[in-house]
Write a protein that binds this ligand. Structure first.
Ligand code: ACO
Length: 359
């Protein structure tokens, strides 16, 4: 079978020290640490330090990263503010893509800081303008997540800070998914971090990759109440549609990030009485059972996006912003892979099998 039909399934195209996934056992290891051991314990800066360490010519301690990101957020807010109004007239992910394109390769700030900061500044600013609110400037005294929440909402609780941190750390790195692969291909041409991150964001935009959590909420809305679950799911599958938040190219068991995020949603729910979790748990159980009936030869389980949707909704983030928020965490992995590729890799230039006509 040609790679056209396999979607490069199982093809090894790079070596990495960043991440190992065992899709049969449901294990995700980031630089030697299981996702369960870091997601609820690391700060954003500690996750950045873990991923970036030894890949740049900087000392990547969490403290220095906090300072560097604070400085980069301030720069980005100033530099990108003339674009905010126009950017906010576009769908958020497009506004983000255009905003990143305004960063120059000649910028003196380290580009892994610059891109990470730009994403964290653009999303809240564009979302606030969409709601007719004034953007809030970053505060250099805050850590990355606290500053992001402040720029987004003005005030936030410690529980919200922990939940968002857990989410961002959980999605920070996941080996050669479509967007990270894209980033590595671009990096292999030595186009630089900014271009590689923009390319990765474009790959993330699609509904089969980062675009699923919004539709997960649409699904819960459409189901509405527990007594509709089974008939709704059956109908969806009978009409040839996919159930969003289920299935994964690598995991053939439950995505380990689903557990971590479900726990984070429950903790958050205790403080804000979110009513959705109970319905979601029932939908999850029914979906796995019904997917098994409809696709008996496939192993389709819950993926990261299912509980991502609930977590981000509980944080008051609009569903149209979910894919963009994903990039706030994943940019750590993208930039680490870009730097790793630049240090160790060769130009990526695969071949296609010609199946056209000959004279
Ligand atoms: N609902 C219904 N059927 C599904 C689903 C699903 N969620 N996922 C896979 N299938 C079916 C396909 O229709 C296909 O069936 P067929 O062979 O009878 O035509 C078969 O299972 C393909 O299975 P896989 O090879 O495991 O799927 P693939 O690796 O090509 O796709 C993907 C993985 C894109 C994630 C897929 O499971 C999907 O579309 N899920 C829904 C979207 C989603 O949740 N995306 C987020 C993924 S996580 C992330 O990227 C951050």
């Amino acid at each position: 079978m040609s790679n056209n039909t396999t979607g490069l399934d199982g093809v090894v195209v790079a070596q990495t020290q960043l991440c190992h996934i065992d899709g049969q056992k449901g294990q995700l290891i980031i630089k030697g640490h299981s996702i369960e051991s870091i997601a609820n314990h690391y700060s954003f800066e500690q996750a950045a330090s873990l991923l970036w360490h030894d890949l740049s010519n900087l000392e990547e301690t969490p403290e220095l990263i906090q300072q560097g990101l604070a400085q980069a957020r301030q720069f980005c807010f100033q530099e990108l503010s003339p674009f905010f109004q126009f950017g906010a007239s576009l769908p958020l992910i497009e506004g983000l893509r255009m905003g990143l394109s305004r960063l120059s390769d000649t910028n003196k700030l380290p580009h892994h800081y610059l891109t990470t900061a730009a994403i964290a500044v653009l999303i809240p600013a564009l979302l606030r303008i969409k709601k007719q609110l004034k953007p809030i400037a970053p505060n250099p005294a805050f850590d990355h997540v606290a500053d992001f929440l402040t720029m987004l909402k003005g005030i936030f609780t410690q529980e919200e800070h922990r939940a968002l941190t857990t989410y961002l750390v959980s999605v920070s790195e996941h080996s050669l998914n479509a967007s990270t692969f894209t980033a590595r291909v671009i990096a292999s041409t030595q186009a630089g971090i900014i271009s590689s991150v923009i390319g990765a964001l474009c790959a993330l935009k699609g509904p089969l990759h980062g675009g699923a959590p919004g539709p997960v909420l649409d699904m819960l809305d459409a189901i509405g109440t527990s007594d509709n679950i089974e008939s709704w799911l059956h109908n969806e599958l009978l009409s040839g549609k996919r159930l969003m938040g289920f299935g994964h190219r690598v995991y053939k068991v439950r995505d380990p990030r689903a557990n971590v995020l479900k726990e984070a949603v429950s903790l958050l729910q205790q403080s804000s009485h979110h009513p959705r979790l109970e319905l979601a748990e029932k939908v999850e159980l029914a979906a796995i059972k019904i997917l098994k009936q409809h696709k008996p030869d496939r192993l389709l389980q819950t993926n990261v996006e299912f509980y991502t949707a609930l977590l981000l909704e509980t944080l008051g983030i609009p569903r149209g912003a979910f894919t963009a928020i994903f990039s706030t965490g994943r940019v750590l992995g993208w930039t680490a892979h870009i730097m790793e590729q630049t240090q160790t890799g060769r130009l990526m230039r695969p071949r296609a099998e010609y199946i056209g006509t000959m004279d």
